[in-house]
Write a protein that binds this ligand. Structure first.
Ligand code: PMP
Length: 354
């Protein structure tokens, strides 16, 4: 009994440590001009989380819930199939909570992502296209868990705690940050990896304001959500992982917005080069998706999105190369004017008032 209580309080203290540096991110109001019209887009700075991405929120919530329900024990190995940011989050959180971590990931992901996961003490198992790519990674993680009794599988693509993480943190933060500035979101848009962000934030915003429109975004070069199957190739790492994830409920969302990967790269370069906002490729895509939503809802529509991670994981990718502008691209017509941060809202306020 004493031993169990000691373990529980040690884990509680470790959770408190990581909880203090995950979430509660700034919300930026970014002013820009397009076709001679002045507009503003709101973006949550998720690159400022513990390991530099939005996935920390999901990893923390999944582990916290698994502990609460007794589905993970001290000494268990955390095993996850991931395209990168999730692996980095589980590797860091796993170590912070005292767990060994094994990550199965496609072997074509960026070098920085693999190196980061290694540096966090996790074991990486690279999965080739011949072994099944993303789906092969998931299968291999399940097989390992079936062979051993001491494995915890977070299952981010099907675990509803992934959606809950955003329904309980990202969504309320966004809602109250806008509210204290006298604003209400007309729309929220986010690129879909697992769908946790768009479903969870969407659920909270719609609960508070049913008229808020929630849009999923996918790469124009690989429209898996629109077609229902894996098709084409794209360079927006972190979204569109070859299948429609189980937690994504497309029927609850507006129509899918498609954004080209080259345009996303140009937009991310522009945010970094002109405003110093060093964000990743999916953040460029999310910004452009928000621009498209404003094209349909009006210049004054309050449209919010997330900057899912920063640019450091993409230094060896096309993000740092010259990207040719194409006639259909939106980013060349966008002039960024500046940004300001809306005040953060204390956690107790969002918890009490939601
Ligand atoms: N952007 C990046 C860079 C990501 O790593 C992810 C998560 N895979 C997403 C966007 C999409 O987030 P979600 O899984 O919540 O749909």
């Amino acid at each position: 009994m004493v031993a169990t209580t000691t373990i529980a309080s040690a884990v509680t203290a470790r959770f408190a440590g990581v909880e203090s540096i995950i979430g509660n991110t700034p919300l930026l109001a970014i002013d820009y001009e397009i076709r001679g019209r002045k507009r503003t887009i709101f973006a949550k700075c998720e690159q400022m989380n513990f390991t530099g991405s939005i996935k920390d929120r999901m990893a923390l919530h999944i582990l916290r819930q698994a502990y609460a329900e007794g589905r993970i024990r001290p000494g268990d190995t955390i095993v996850e199939a991931t395209s990168g940011n999730t692996g980095i989050s589980f590797a860091a959180l796993g170590r912070a909570l005292g767990h060994a971590v094994t990550i199965f990931m496609p072997n074509w992901m960026s070098r920085e992502r693999m190196d980061l996961i290694h540096s966090l003490g996790a074991n990486i198992v690279p999965v080739t296209k011949a072994q099944g790519g993303f789906l092969g990674s998931i299968r291999m993680a399940e097989e390992l868990a079936a062979q051993r009794g001491d494995v915890f599988l977070p299952r981010q693509f099907s675990n509803t705690a992934n959606v809950e993480a955003h329904e309980q943190t990202t969504g309320p933060e966004l809602y109250w940050q806008l509210k204290y500035a006298g604003l209400t979101a007309d729309a929220f848009v986010a690129g879909v990896g697992t769908g946790g962000t768009v479903m969870g934030v969407g659920r909270f915003l719609k609960k508070m304001t049913p008229a808020t429109r929630i849009y999923p975004m996918e790469p124009a070069e690989s429209p898996t959500l629109s077609t229902g199957c894996k098709i084409g190739q794209h360079r927006i790492q972190g979204i569109s992982d070859e299948f429609v994830p189980a937690i994504l409920q497309l029927e609850q969302l507006e129509k899918v917005i498609d954004i080209s990967d080259g345009d996303s790269i140009l937009m991310a370069q522009k945010l970094a080069g002109e405003l110093g906002l060093a964000v990743g490729i999916s953040s460029g895509a999310n910004f452009l998706a928000a621009v498209k939503v404003q094209d349909s809802l009006g210049d004054d529509a309050v449209v919010a999105t997330v900057f899912a991670d920063d640019n450091k994981k993409y230094l060896s990718t096309d993000l740092l190369r010259d990207e040719p502008a194409k006639p259909h691209h939106l980013s060349p017509g966008i002039t960024l004017a500046g940004f300001r941060a809306l005040s953060r809202v204390c956690r107790a306020c969002t918890a009490v008032r939601d």
